[in-house]
Write a protein that binds this ligand. Structure first.
Ligand code: MTE
Ligand code: CO
Length: 390
């Protein structure tokens, strides 16, 4: 067109008038043009938003760190609004010296900074009996990955002195649900943290302000938020959330208990149902995330033909243990229909299974620990749907 592109030839308002001054937003927020990038829930999933979940918009973010305001929230009794000055963390049970810490006390121990993913055991839980929800936000959005700042749990427990008969740890939250889980002492003394920082700032209230437990690589339910109590004992406590909930009902009617580890998993976030292909044929950037409770991701494979042929994806960014890994696969789309899949392999050698492989072992009674390979069907118009192929 002779007139040229008005985005170039016409002077825009932002080019003509000065913008807002430096203190317009003392605590910054995203561009108003990004207002659609938000956590979302699925209203029919739970009867009430107080004991519910919303989902990380995985299709709208890149890299490996989840912005704090986009981390999915899962809580069973609403968000506790805790005054940090009135908060205490107590350590008791089979210890030499029961202790009570204020937040100020916790901040006088040596600190660590660690990047970890947190995945709810129920992530992808609606997909056991077939493709359900149209978008990676809903199928895979119960995961986030942030940098935690805090004190190693080992430091705290050593301060109290665990008695030799101590084998298990009970962690309890200060929220209305008083979420309570048993954790083997071996794990507690390995890489768990008592965290008060998240992505450089204080934990957000939704994520457990002022302090939460970090249980790297293990199911999100154990990461007790609003942490108020740690008890040492010689056996698990058989709490509701480790008997009636967060157990895996198998095909034979028996339930598997204590499936702590989150297995190797991945998903293509773009293109995906909420992020269709709008640019037509030609160069296409496919991307996604992979993670494993076993440590690092060794390799991610991508298929565009439903698993017949596999290509090694390019992992870019830090490859940190028990953290999200970002992968890319760039190709020229010829405009034909695609069946997109990703398959992650972790450093322990575990390979992400197909959904049918998973069902052959686990049946379909379970809600938890679904790490099966996700398929997205792409039409010639670039529209995308959650499907299963066998
Ligand atoms: N801790 C307390 N105190 N109360 C809760 O309801 N929910 C658990 C866990 N810790 C919960 C809790 C569940 S099921 C998950 S998946 C994670 O917190 C979610 O953490 P997030 O809200 O930071 O994503
Ligand atoms: Co959960």
């Amino acid at each position: 067109r002779a007139a040229g592109d008005p985005a170039i030839t016409e002077i825009q308002d932002w080019n003509r008038y000065p913008g807002k001054g430096v203190d317009a937003t003392p605590y910054g927020s995203p561009s108003s043009f990004e207002a659609h990038v938000i956590r979302k829930n699925v209203p029919w999933l739970t009867s009430d938003p107080i004991s519910s979940v919303n989902f990380t918009p995985l299709h709208e973010i890149d890299g490996i760190i989840t912005p704090s305001g986009l981390c999915f929230e899962r809580h069973h009794g609403g968000i506790a609004e805790i005054d940090p000055n009135a908060h205490r963390l107590m350590v008791h049970g089979m210890v030499d010296k029961p202790l009570v810490f204020t937040m100020a006390d916790l901040k006088r121990f040596p600190r660590e900074n660690r990047v970890y993913f947190l995945e709810c055991a129920a992530n992808s839980g609606m997909e056991w009996r077939g493709a359900q929800l149209n978008g990676c936000q809903y199928t895979h959005g119960m995961v986030h990955c942030v940098m935690y700042t805090g004190v190693s749990l080992k430091t705290i427990l050593n301060e109290a002195g665990v008695k030799p008969e101590g084998k298990w740890l009970l962690a309890e939250g200060a929220d209305a649900s008083a979420m309570t889980r048993s954790i083997p002492l071996e794990k507690a003394l390995d890489d768990c943290m008592v965290a008060f920082g998240m992505n450089g700032e204080a934990l957000r209230p939704e994520q457990g302000y002022p302090v939460r437990l970090v249980v790297p690589g293990w199911e999100g339910n154990m990461w007790i938020k609003w942490l108020r109590r740690l008890e040492i004992g010689d056996q698990p406590w058989q709490q509701r959330e480790e008997t009636s909930k967060y157990t895996d009902l198998l095909a034979n009617g028996k339930a598997r208990r204590f499936t702590f580890l989150m297995d190797v998993k991945s998903v293509i976030t773009n293109p995906s149902p909420q992020a269709p292909i709008r640019h037509g044929k030609g160069p296409l950037v496919l991307t996604g995330v992979a993670w494993s409770g076993n440590g690092r991701i060794r390799r991610v494979d991508v298929s565009v033909d439903g698993g017949r042929n596999w290509h090694t994806a390019r992992i870019d960014g830090p490859g940190l243990p028990k953290a999200l890994h970002r992968f890319y696969y760039e190709f020229d789309w010829d405009g034909s229909e695609l069946f997109l899949q990703s398959r992650a392999i972790d450093e322990a050698g575990f390979v992400q299974p197909t959904k049918d492989q998973l069902r052959s072992v686990r049946g379909t009674n379970s809600i938890y620990h679904n790490n099966g390979i996700q398929t997205w069907h792409v039409t010639e118009e670039g529209r995308i749907e959650n499907v299963e192929i066998s």
